[in-house]
Design a binder for this molecule. Structure first.
Ligand SMILES: [Fe+2]
Length: 485
């Protein structure tokens, strides 16, 4: 870390430009209003300090919060940059890698962690050496993106400083990580200042106030979801949907379905990840969150979601609620807050659970998401792989009422070959099931076109019946397509 880097109020952090990847956003904050600038260039040499930073972008000045957009970047390429401000603040030269082109035949790496809470385990402001080790371990993975499941700071409880200052410890610990890889967070209950109980405000206004700083810190995609801290975007081969457990849960269901559908039927998307702070299941401490389990999990299953990432519980737990089918539900709340190991009253049974400071490193290949749970000292204590095969594809991705859609079905790996297949579908849950015989498109693949009724308003749901009488219904939830965005 250079001395100059400390001149920023909060140091540079990277976000993907969701609307036009691989364009990239660099955000940083200065103490006084001034002009911010980012110099950048590629290819980034091994010794980044010598890399010519031939391009630059500036803002209009007069602000302490700077968000600069790096445009014209090539895909899957190391890019070097340095953030500067007119008040004299300057970062070291940083190098990050842009995401691969959509559909490119390459693997991408990710790191997941949560509940850092500034990395200060006690009110005495002592940083556990484990946490500094963990930060080094995560950096060594060199991921394309970090997904942080919430509670980065400790603002809500003000144990480590009041208001925005509570974020200083997080930025000090993670300054390398957030400057060298796309950093995508979920809002945790510690990440927003508490609104006094007596505050006479309607709930949306109370919530917007609480989430305001979170969005001021991170350059998150627009438009956001139904509540400010919900957002979705593609990061390489992953579609990430981030929801907010500190707001009303059910009101985010429709946003979740729409954003999952964008990924589920997009051939360039290999994995769907839902990230939210409070876990659907937990065998220790708080237990799982029933609202998350009842509202979001069925929607996620309906779109063949890959992984649910949560924190809040300071431990590591892996669940497979629909085994042998996906998704996997992972609790990764061990990157800094004091650890939990007492059993919860819930009867939730994890496939694997332990308590230690850790992160999860994931590699998304053409066929699998391969995950390693890594302790702060580098020990790999759990490994698992989630197959990325998808049974159902619909095109267009959002069918129109009165239009047509093609529905494709691929038999799951554990199913025997079938001679024929029928599509059973229903519009708007009206109870009128329609049937279409599907064309055979290969040993295990079938397809058909259907006319969407002009009267259909919300969604169509699918089940598939084989000649052998086996019914494929996605664990009873039915696959789903919404009619329009
Ligand atoms: Fe929490």
């Amino acid at each position: 870390m250079s001395a100059a880097a400390q001149d920023f109020r909060w140091p540079p952090r990277l976000s993907p430009d969701a609307a036009s990847p691989p364009a990239t956003l660099v955000a940083f904050d200065t103490f006084a209003p001034c002009t911010g600038r980012v110099r950048f260039g590629w290819p980034a040499a091994e010794e980044a300090e010598r890399t010519p930073l031939s391009r630059s972008v500036s803002d209009d000045g007069g602000t302490t919060h700077h968000v600069l957009r790096l445009a014209g970047l090539p895909a899957d390429t190391p890019v070097a940059y340095r953030a500067e401000a007119d008040d004299g603040a300057a970062s070291p030269v940083r190098v990050f890698r842009t995401p691969p082109a959509p559909g490119a035949d390459v693997s991408s790496k990710f790191v997941f962690h949560g509940d850092m809470q500034g990395g200060l385990a006690t009110p005495s402001r002592v940083v556990f050496p484990y946490i500094e080790d963990l930060v080094r371990t995560m950096r060594a993975e060199r991921p394309l993106a970090v997904f942080q499941v919430g509670d980065m700071a400790d603002e809500a409880y003000r144990t480590h400083g009041a208001g925005a200052e509570a974020w200083n410890d997080f930025f000090r610990l993670c300054r390398d990580e957030i400057a060298e890889t796309y950093f995508l967070p979920a809002l945790g209950n510690h990440d927003c200042p508490p609104v006094p109980e007596e505050a006479d405000e309607p709930e949306p206004a109370r919530f917007d106030r609480r989430a305001g700083l979170f969005h001021g810190l991170f350059a998150l995609p627009e438009p956001l979801g139904p509540r400010e801290a919900a957002y979705a975007l593609a990061v390489g081969p992953v579609r990430l949907v981030v929801l907010n457990t500190e707001a009303d849960i059910a009101s985010q269901n429709a946003f979740l379905a729409r954003e999952l559908q964008r990924g589920a039927f997009d051939p360039a998307c290999r994995a769907l990840v839902l990230m939210e702070h409070r876990p659907p299941f937990s065998s220790v401490h708080y237990g799982g969150n029933e609202d998350v389990r009842k509202n979001w999990l069925p929607v996620f299953k309906r779109y063949e979601g890959t992984l649910v990432l949560s924190g809040h519980v300071h431990a590591y737990q892996r669940f497979s609620p629909f085994a042998p089918e996906g998704p996997v539900c992972l609790v990764t709340g061990g990157s800094g807050g004091y650890l939990f190991d007492e059993p919860s009253e819930a009867a939730d049974r994890p496939d694997f659970a332990t308590t230690c400071y850790h992160c999860v490193a994931a590699e998304v290949t053409q066929t699998d998401m391969i995950c390693r749970a890594v302790r702060s000292d580098g020990l790999v204590f759990d490994r698992f792989a989630i197959p990325l095969a998808r049974c159902v594809r619909v095109s267009p991705v959002f069918p129109e009422a009165g239009g047509e859609a093609t529905v494709r079905f691929t038999l799951p790996e554990d199913a025997a070959e079938e001679t024929g297949m029928r599509l059973l579908w229903e519009a708007d849950g009206g109870g009128k099931t329609r049937t279409r015989k599907m064309e055979r498109r290969g040993a295990r693949r079938f397809a058909t076109r259907i006319a969407i009724p002009a009267t259909a308003r919300e969604k169509i749901s699918f089940r598939f019946a084989a000649d052998s009488a086996r019914l494929f219904d996605n664990a009873g939830f039915g696959w789903q397509a919404l009619l329009a965005v």
